[in-house]
Design a protein around this ligand. Structure first.
Ligand code: FDA
Ligand code: NAD
Length: 436
């Protein structure tokens, strides 16, 4: 006979960033022992995922757990496993849910155990797109690596040790590509990056922004091959990758290959059970889905972006944290017959590598206006871009900003000040933001 389902008032499915911030909010709103469980296929308590492509890969003084459990990423307390047990929050780790039946409010694990809930928060995040998904020849060879979780990061660290001072090829010119290209270089690898587009990070960067980072990476000794993709891999008798074959006919030697060709929100468990939009689970401004009592937060949520009057999905950590807090506040308010304000999110993305760091706020639509010094050879490069749409500034990017300057550009993106003269805006540069 099957064992009886274990019941919780609240279940958070997934144990990543959103889960950690949701648990903290439950903790501060008041949760009784035994009411809340986090079910995660990862073996560790929620942590700040951005550390994996940065501090975790440092050659010296590398970040390791428990150093970066949530919620240290925003200067908050580090929630160690003891915090969860002290609060009576059950951490059900190394446990993958393979079936979710929203009608009977039942989750089933790979081992056949079941959990029921009154309220579910879906926080399953994203999975990586793999080259094996497209049947790229040889893509299953050893040392062709991806990065999403701690297990992936540990594999990469082990490969860097095994192939010390070797050759690395980075496939993809997005966030993972740029951060991992730098991490491999810092670890003394001979790095080549390959991506299909005319410049890196085209989903955010303009040609002028990319000009700086491509030049800067080149000055660090990173080679960049643009306008082509990896079409196959060679391996030795042990199955270890030895070369990347490019579609344009070139062949790059490789001891390690890192692939960052995008993510996919993990929504498969809920297909046909809940409304979807933009590849995610459609929610209202409180992160409740089309099924009452089922919430979606973080990467999987397609929520109303009030500022732009549009349903959107965001794959960045700031939104994972804030959506989690909003959902828990809304759940608790509803229980006491109260309400919370609608989510009113200002998009915020950032990245850092080597000794450069940028921040972006708002929307990168309309005409872009580059300002400042984007010469990669400058001793102290500082530049940015405004995006102007319908006569208003709607987005701002800044490389090398101070805390105050970054606050100023965030304020601009939120306030959307009018711009009469684009040429004057270009000349004024950061001064414009300082005045808003
Ligand atoms: P997240 O991926 O954090 O957590 C999902 C959790 O659900 C995981 O624990 C997963 O194992 C679990 N899960 C999924 N399916 C399950 C199932 N069926 N059963 C049980 N558990 C399941 N963003 C940014 O703004 N700045 C940055 O610098 C970075 N850096 C960065 C580096 C790296 C390496 C990655 C991969 C991502 C980033 N990001 C980022 C993006 C950011 O980390 C991401 O948007 C958030 O982690 C999303 O939080 P979620 O909680 O939605 O998913
Ligand atoms: P991404 O969408 O940022 O970049 C994917 C890149 O893959 C594209 O820019 C393109 O250059 C490239 N590409 C697509 N198909 C290709 C092919 N066949 N061959 C070679 N290149 C190809 O995705 P990612 O960099 O893989 O990041 C994965 C997830 O992790 C995203 O959700 C991202 O937001 C998140 N992340 C965020 C940060 C950050 O915010 N700082 C850092 C790391 C990861």
């Amino acid at each position: 006979m099957a064992a009886e389902a274990k019941h919780f008032k609240y279940v958070i499915l997934g144990g990543g960033v959103a889960a950690g911030y949701a648990a903290r909010e439950f903790g501060s709103q008041g949760v009784k022992p035994g009411e809340l469980a986090i079910i995660s296929k990862e073996p560790v308590a929620p942590y700040e995922r951005p550390a994996l492509s940065k501090g975790y890969l440092f050659p010296q003084n590398a970040a390791r757990l428990p150093g970066f459990h949530t919620c240290v990423g925003t200067g908050g307390d580090r929630l160690l496993p003891q915090w969860y047990s002290h609060k009576g929050i059950e951490l059900i780790l190394s446990t993958e849910i393979v079936k979710a039946d929203l009608a009977s409010k039942t989750l089933t694990t790979a081992a056949g155990a079941t959990f029921t809930y009154d309220t579910l928060l879906i926080a399953t995040g994203s999975s990586v797109i793999k080259l094996t998904d497209f049947g790229v020849q040889g893509a299953e060879s050893n040392n062709i690596l991806y990065l999403r979780d701690i297990a992936d990061a540990d594999k990469l660290v082990a490969a860097m040790q095994a192939k010390k001072d070797g050759k690395a090829v980075v496939v993809g010119g997005g966030y993972i590509g740029l951060e991992l290209g730098a991490a491999l270089k810092i670890n003394n690898f001979d790095v080549t990056m390959v991506y299909p587009e005319p410049w890196c990070m085209p989903r955010l960067f303009t040609a002028g922004i990319a000009h700086f980072y491509e030049g800067y990476y080149a000055s660090k000794g990173i080679k960049i091959v643009k306008g082509t993709v990896a079409s196959g891999f060679d391996a030795d008798a042990n199955g270890d990758v030895t070369a990347v074959k490019l579609k344009d006919g070139r062949v790059l030697e490789a001891d390690i290959v890192i692939v960052g060709v995008g993510g996919r929100p993990l929504t498969g468990l809920f297909k046909g059970q809940v409304d979807e939009e933009k590849g995610g689970l459609k929610t209202d401004a409180f992160f409740e889905t089309s099924v009452a009592g089922v919430y979606a937060i973080g990467d999987v949520a397609a929520f109303p972006m009030k500022l732009y009057n549009e349903q959107r999905r965001v794959e960045h950590v700031d939104h994972a944290r804030k959506s989690a807090e909003q959902a828990v506040k809304a759940i608790k308010a509803k229980e006491s017959g109260e309400s919370v304000a609608e989510y009113d999110y200002l998009p915020y993305f950032y990245s850092r590598s080597f000794d450069v760091a940028w921040q972006f706020y708002g929307d990168n639509v309309g005409d872009d206006v580059l300002f400042g010094d984007n010469d990669p050879a400058s001793a102290k490069p500082k530049f940015g871009s405004y995006w102007v749409k319908d006569g208003k500034v709607v987005g701002v990017f800044l490389e090398g900003g101070s805390a105050e300057e970054n606050q100023a550009i965030a304020k601009v993106a939120r306030a959307q000040p009018p711009v009469a003269d684009v040429e004057a805006l270009k000349k004024e540069g950061l001064e414009f933001a300082a005045k808003v």
